[in-house]
Design a protein around this ligand. Structure first.
Ligand SMILES: C[S@@+](CC[C@H](N)C(=O)[O-])C[C@H]1O[C@@H](n2cnc3c(N)ncnc32)[C@H](O)[C@@H]1O
Length: 395
């Protein structure tokens, strides 16, 4: 199911375009549920036994599971269809974004006086990972249309098709689930200043304002266009957020100036070096008692070979060059290298609040947090998705 975005800052669709989006979401649902199940069956029945015969043991890593499956008809059909469906996601929204460009720009101008701000930095050297390849096959990547609203509109409408209704009506389920989880698990924590790094159009920025309405909320991204869209989108919803163009690995903020440094689905799009610098920067700008928190893909070390490969697939076939390298790292080690003490690191799995409801989230915040990290639905955009996160306190 494709969600119809609930906020006013969106490209309007014709009935044909709506149908096109539904069709693509439907195909993705078939691929990510049914064809994925077929591929797992093929792995168990054909690919893993053949690997065992050749090597005298089971595939042990994501790379070996990939090696075992390559060439299997179930793998071929899954991969070919998923690549085509990914291209169709962006193609299905391109016409409406193009047609609606001027109107959106006009609406954004009308909303400019609302609380909140947008600060672009034309002198910023936008890093290559943001513009040099079409990340997740999105044409023009995050810098499509320079600082116009185009990239943001494509990303917003495209994600609605891509997510098949699993990320909430305003595509903010990750932010809602994670911020509410933190509030439930750490009820005495009252952040005054929150930073979202790599915010794109602010899908998972705004929920922090709902959960901590008195906090000052600042969101940064290296790409100008998505930020311009994010700002207009937030203003039209009456949300006071400061959006600033900046690199997360080189923050223009003072030491010890934030209580929370947050990101979602961000670290896996960075090179190893950039990622380490981002965490160093997060440590630097956090106040004592502050929290660094990342929603991300779960690490390979906590998954079986097939499950690990299933997530790493994007690294090979979906223009996500850093995905596997990120998933091969251990979040605890990343935090330790940035200066956080071992005992102040934690990781957890949050049931999607939109799918499982608030009580499940409260139970998770109070229950055994180690459970569920390796579950089949963790980090996997399919029926029953759960979100993986990790964090560390600066003490
Ligand atoms: C997958 S998107 C993040 C999604 C967003 N956090 C959300 O939850 O909807 C990755 C974003 O990271 C940004 N980005 C990549 N490298 C960056 C860097 N070094 N500093 C700041 N932003 C960066 C990209 O421009 C892009 O908008």
């Amino acid at each position: 199911m494709t969600v119809e975005l609930q906020h006013p800052m969106k490209a309007q669709s014709t009935p044909d375009e709506v149908a096109r989006g539904r069709f693509v979401s439907g195909i993705r649902g078939l691929i990510l549920n049914d064809l994925a199940t077929d591929m797992k069956d093929a792995y168990d029945r054909r690919a893993a036994p053949a690997f065992r015969k050749e090597h005298g043991r089971d595939p042990e890593t994501s790379r070996e599971a990939h090696q075992a499956l390559r060439g299997d008809p179930a793998f071929n059909i899954y991969s070919a269809m998923r690549v085509q469906a990914q291209k169709m996601v962006w193609a299905s929204v391109a016409d409406s974004v193009e047609r609606e460009g001027d109107r959106l720009a006009h609406e954004a101008e009308l909303a400019a006086a609302a609380p909140g701000s947008l600060t672009l930095d034309p002198a910023l050297d936008v890093p290559k990972n943001v513009h040099a390849i079409d990340v997740h096959l999105m044409p023009g990547s995050y810098t499509r249309g320079a600082d116009s609203l185009e990239a943001g509109a494509v990303y917003d409408r495209g994600l609605a098709v891509f997510s098949m209704g699993l990320m909430g009506a305003n595509l903010d389920d990750i932010g809602l689930s994670m911020s509410q989880y933190i509030k439930q698990r750490f009820p005495d924590f009252a952040p005054q200043r929150i930073l979202d790094t790599g915010c794109t159009v602010g899908h998972n920025t705004l929920p922090w304002k709902q959960v901590y309405p008195d906090a000052e909320l600042i969101a940064i991204d290296a790409a100008p266009g998505p930020l311009a869209y994010a700002s207009a989108r937030a203003k039209m919803q009456g949300q006071d957020v400061q959006f600033r163009q900046m690199c997360a690995d080189d923050l223009a903020f003072e030491d010890a100036s934030f209580d929370v440094v947050w990101s979602s689905m961000f670290l896996h799009e960075l090179s190893k070096k950039q990622r380490a610098k981002c965490l160093d920067e997060a440590f630097r700008v956090l106040r004592q008692g502050g929290l660094m928190l990342h929603m991300e893909l779960p690490p390979n070390a906590q998954m079986g070979a097939f499950e690990g490969f299933y997530l790493d697939w994007d690294s090979y076939y979906n223009n996500e060059p850093y995905y596997k390298g990120y998933r091969d790292e251990l979040p605890g080690d990343l935090c330790a290298r940035a200066g956080f003490a071992d005992g102040d690191f934690f990781e957890f799995v949050v049931p999607s609040v939109g799918i499982y409801g608030e009580q499940a989230l409260i139970d998770a915040a109070r229950g055994d947090r180690a459970e569920g990290v390796g579950q089949q639905t963790t980090g996997r955009l399919a029926e029953g998705v759960m979100w993986y996160g990790f964090g560390a306190w600066k003490k």
